[in-house]
Design a protein around this ligand. Structure first.
Ligand SMILES: C[S@@+](CC[C@H](N)C(=O)[O-])C[C@H]1O[C@@H](n2cnc3c(N)ncnc32)[C@H](O)[C@@H]1O
Length: 205
């Protein structure tokens, strides 16, 4: 699994995540980001083209060297200052109250301890800072949930530890975020099992 996770999966995620059909979702989740921003699970920088001009800097947290390298062209095409600043969203190398905003897209499914990552985001966000999120997770319908539970073990193996069954909004609330807005929907063009999305923003009080 080492070679697959290190050399193959980042390319699959770059191709699948770079699909044009996802552009409107990436544009929506990035709307309103401003100031100094932290992005966890930066991947190959697929959100970079959608950073608003009001973003001053981005601290990118990403464990995969290949994903970071795949971001090269997008990084050269932006005026925003983006620095790879850490490898693990569960342990952020920043002081408390550092960032104005945070971004996470399709990442809380994969970080081993998503609750720890959200606690860390709360810690490094200034009071009143917002987390912009676009995540897939536990579906609203029990019939779909049953399939998500059945397929979770396979998904974890082939998709770098990704879970179908994480209750995203519950995790945010438990970490102390106040949901400002959330849109729950099934993503067009993918199965309901993988595409039960939550898109919104949450305030760090
Ligand atoms: C499904 S990809 C999403 C990538 C990107 N956010 C996007 O929207 O296309 C999940 C990302 O989370 C990263 N990741 C895995 N474990 C992580 C961790 N502990 N901390 C931060 N990122 C992690 C993976 O390397 C991968 O780039």
């Amino acid at each position: 699994m080492g070679v697959y996770n290190d050399r193959v999966l980042p390319r699959i995620l770059n191709d699948a995540g770079g699909s044009k059909r996802l552009d409107p979702l990436r544009r929506r989740v990035c709307e309103g980001l401003a100031g100094d921003v932290i992005e966890i699970g930066f991947g190959s920088g697929l959100n970079v083209p959608f950073y608003p001009a009001a973003v001053a800097s981005v601290a990118a947290i990403e464990p995969s060297d290949l994903s970071w390298n795949l971001a090269g062209e997008r990084l050269r095409g932006t005026n925003v200052s983006v620095q790879r600043s850490g490898l693990d969203g569960q342990l952020l190398p920043f002081a408390d109250d550092t960032f104005d905003a945070a971004l996470s897209t399709w990442t809380l499914c994969t970080i081993p301890d998503a609750a720890a990552a959200l606690r860390e985001l709360r810690r490094v966000l200034k009071s009143g800072g917002t987390l912009h999120f676009l995540e897939h997770g536990l579906a609203p319908d029990e019939r779909v949930r049953r399939w998500q539970r059945r397929l979770d073990p396979v998904q974890k193996r082939i998709a770098g530890g990704c879970h179908f069954t994480r209750p995203i909004v519950d995790l945010l609330r438990t970490a102390g975020f106040a949901i400002k807005e959330v849109d729950d929907f099934y993503e067009k063009g993918t199965s309901k099992i993988a595409g039960a999305d939550s898109l919104g923003s949450a305030l760090s009080p």
